[in-house]
Design a protein around this ligand. Structure first.
Ligand code: NAD
Length: 435
């Protein structure tokens, strides 16, 4: 740990202006910690940290009431050193270029850690999907893709889903790009429906990977999951799949869950089938029966064996890190833990086994890679093949992180990031200045 001292955030003023955002600062602070640890020289740091390309587009959309509204859209391609870039698209209120840049940086380290031939990317639109009709959503998605066509391609930058986007939106993306090319180009997006060249197992991949890694962590800790308790923040694609995997496959009691509409707790374990039916019917957890409504800020500090943040970034912070009461912290969300909170968690390493985000939620991009490979080859795999290969990649990445953390006596996050950053650094060193 001797090389672990953090300097102030060293973002160049001009870059600070372009990417100004707390999430970007958080990603940079985290990067500098790794760079200090790996003793990366300053000139190489800048090439590793700043996004290679960023695009901001105005996306005009005809609304149902006849008016025209202009939405702000972004796409950031973090580095081009190891292949095309890859990353999801976030539709959420208040999305900024800086937030998207931070997410693209994390994608770079994640792809490198898991051995995928990609640089990181991310895209997003500042919008509230809950306030858009299906027609407005389709026009917004198609227009965003239309604006992005000059900057992306199946060998340049491949899109995928993230918060607020789903298979239908990926299908509109693919259709719009394909119409422009004059033939179907399934390799332009991942996370699309199986009927248009998607892969089996993509929808479940992030939650399924999270559960697999929780099982591996429990094995290391000699912790019995069956009968144990879990708490999950975020009940969307990732959180719901993880809940099912923990409850049905591992016999755990999911005692508290939350989403944007509220938080609910039942110490005997929530009936996940009933929760799913409720969300299917009402679109959110609000009004859930069979559980007590609790203040949202109590959720993350609820005592449990497994805690899964599966929503937004920065939720485990200086204010609550010391109060978290779990054995395994499985970071399914991107960037849920701030750098300050991480220091607290490291002091508590004997109590809390951290599965850092770039490892914990990597199942999504790993299966996206499988989907891309299948799309390019028009040669498709069954679900068993997809899941087997996913677990093999995660097993290898988990093993590498644990080994490095043990050998160098460093936190799991530092080990995971060090592996990812080193691989990108190596590629940049051997290729030269361009990518
Ligand atoms: P989603 O849109 O399907 O679900 C997000 C959930 O979070 C919803 O239940 C929403 O209500 C809830 N939420 C939003 N803001 C919240 C808040 N402030 N407090 C509590 N809950 C809140 O999104 P998803 O695909 O499940 O993604 C969740 C997280 O996982 C994100 O951080 C995303 O970047 C990350 N992730 C997703 C994938 C993937 O394949 N979908 C892959 C890797 C990482």
């Amino acid at each position: 740990m001797g090389r672990l001292q953090r300097g102030p955030c060293r973002i160049q003023p001009s870059m600070q202006h372009i990417y100004s955002d707390p999430t970007f600062e958080m990603a940079c602070d985290q990067f500098h910690l790794i760079a200090d640890y790996l003793q990366i020289p300053d000139n190489l740091r800048e090439r590793l940290m700043y996004p290679k390309r960023s695009v901001a587009v105005a996306v005009p959309v005809r609304m149902d009431d006849g008016s025209t509204k202009v939405f702000q859209g972004y796409r950031v391609q973090h580095h081009l050193s190891m292949g095309p870039t890859k990353g999801g698209t976030r539709f959420a209120p208040g999305v900024t270029l800086g937030e998207i840049a931070a997410l693209s940086m994390w994608m770079s380290w994640k792809c490198a850690l898991t051995g995928l031939p990609y640089g990181g990317a991310k895209g997003g639109i500042d919008c509230d999907p809950r306030k858009l009709s299906t027609g407005e959503m389709e026009r917004l998605s198609r227009r965003y893709m239309q604006e992005m066509i000059p900057f992306i391609g199946p060998h340049t930058d491949i899109m995928g889903p993230d918060m607020g986007t789903n298979e239908q939106i990926m299908s509109w993306f693919m259709d719009t790009y394909s119409a422009h090319q004059g033939h179907a180009v399934p390799g332009i997006v991942t996370g699309k429906p199986v009927s248009v060249g998607g892969t089996y197992g993509r929808r479940e991949s992030t939650g399924r990977g999270t559960v697999y890694l929780i099982e591996r962590a429990a094995h290391q800790l000699k912790l019995k999951l069956s009968g144990g308790t879990a708490v999950i923040q975020g009940y969307g694609n990732v959180g719901a799949v993880a809940a099912r995997g923990l409850a049905y496959k591992n016999g755990m009691k999911v005692i508290a869950i939350s989403d944007i509409s509220g938080a609910y707790r039942n110490d005997d374990g929530l009936d996940i089938k009933e929760v799913d039916k409720h969300v299917e019917k009402y679109g959110a957890l609000a009004g859930l029966s069979g559980a007590d409504s609790i203040p949202v800020d109590q959720l993350l500090t609820t005592p449990c064996d497994v805690l899964i943040p599966a929503a937004v970034s920065g939720v485990i912070n200086r204010g609550n890190a010391a109060k978290i009461q779990c054995r395994i912290l499985a970071e399914a969300a991107n960037g849920p833990t701030t750098v300050d909170a991480d220091k607290v968690l490291f002091q508590r390493w004997n109590e809390i086994f951290v599965l850092p985000d770039i490892l914990c939620n990597a199942g999504g991009v790993v299966v996206s890679y499988f989907e891309w490979v299948q799309s390019l080859q028009s040669f498709f795999w069954n679900e068993t093949e997809v899941v087997d290969r996913l677990f093999r990649v995660l097993e290898q990445s988990f093993g590498a992180v644990i080994k490095r953390a043990k050998e160098e006596r460093i936190p799991h996050r530092l080990a995971a990031l060090a592996i990812g950053v080193e691989k990108v650094m190596q590629a940049k060193k051997v290729r030269g200045l361009f990518p």
